[in-house]
Design a binder for this molecule. Structure first.
Ligand SMILES: Nc1nc2c(ncn2[C@@H]2O[C@H](COP(=O)(O)OP(=O)(O)OP(=O)(O)O)[C@@H](O)[C@H]2O)c(=O)[nH]1
Length: 278
């Protein structure tokens, strides 16, 4: 598997020096960068026509940890030493079998709705065009639920405007830090709050958002990410299932599996589950 990393500088107008960018409480400020929106569009050419998965969310919600644990074999403990992301990291995820897409890891500081305030439509288009799935990561332990929900809402509106086919996944992350009741409460609360916002925008029937609780300390992040990857593989899953079904019935087997060694992709027969295994 190859993981080529390209980076997009956070455009100048989205750094903390910009008064329209409200840094999150207690967050570190980004230092000034010589970059610009044009650099962002120039670098976009490195990801020609590959489907994109966008990884967004507030600072320290766990985006880069997720990316590294799943696709770079980093251990969960090592993620404690990751630096904050200052640029949009575009990671080319491609192996010789199934997976072939770009994963864009966004700095938590970058709020898309501020690009809209700046009327920077072309950058917003660059970000959302060709994007198949937008994963929004929320840390339920941090007391920033309202900020996260507002950011999620603003991001969804911008993404949907550019690309109505994009799918939305919310990972209520770090679930190892909360108990089972809190997990259920969190999903209920987040679903309710975001649906209410979408309703007031008249979009509740048009935008489908899936909520999942995840943690890099157990299998949940692999399961969640595999469901996301599955959405990129819709075209090949069905023929594979037919082949496996034929194989199973002709050999009188109960089940058959196909694994990919890294990131341990599993196709599971019969119930149409496709997973990335821990
Ligand atoms: N308990 C727990 N901590 C996690 C989990 N995932 C990530 N973390 C921790 O969360 C902290 C922030 O993680 P990052 O991956 O750097 O967060 P980020 O969203 O990329 O942050 P920015 O780069 O600032 O946008 C690190 O200390 C991680 O170890 C998780 O599932 N459980």
């Amino acid at each position: 598997m190859t993981h080529e990393v390209a980076t997009l500088e956070v455009p100048e107008w989205s750094i903390a020096a910009d008064t329209t960018l409200k840094p999150e409480p207690g967050s570190r400020q980004l230092s000034a960068s010589p970059s610009s929106a044009s650099l962002l569009s120039a670098n976009t050419s490195t990801c020609n026509n590959k489907p994109k998965i966008l990884l967004m969310g507030l600072s320290k919600s766990g985006k880069t940890s997720i990316r590294n644990v799943i696709f770079h074999k980093m251990s969960a403990n090592e993620t404690q030493f990751l630096d904050p992301t200052h640029k949009i990291d575009k990671v080319d995820i491609s192996n010789k079998s199934f997976l072939d897409f770009q994963l864009w890891d966004f700095p938590g500081k970058l709020d898309i709705s501020h690009l809209r305030d700046k009327e920077d439509t072309s950058t917003i288009e660059k970000i959302f065009e060709e994007a198949r799935v937008l994963i929004f990561v929320i840390d339920p332990v941090e007391e920033k639920h309202s900020i996260a929900i507002d950011r999620l809402h603003g991001t969804i509106l911008e993404a949907y405007k550019i690309n109505p086919k994009i799918k939305f996944e919310v990972f209520i992350h770090k679930s190892d830090s909360i108990n089972e009741d809190q997990k259920i409460d969190n999903i209920r609360e987040m679903t309710h709050r975001i649906n209410r916002k979408l309703m007031s925008a008249g979009l509740q029937d048009r935008i489908l958002i899936s909520f999942r609780t995840t943690s890099i300390y157990d299998h949940s992040i692999f399961e969640a990410m595999s469901i996301v990857c599955q959405q990129l593989l819709e075209n090949i899953l069905s023929p594979f299932e037919n082949i496996l079904n034929a194989f199973v019935s002709s050999n009188k087997m109960e089940k058959a599996f196909i694994f990919d060694l890294h990131p341990k992709v599993l196709f599971k027969l019969m119930n149409e589950i496709f997973r990335v295994l821990n």
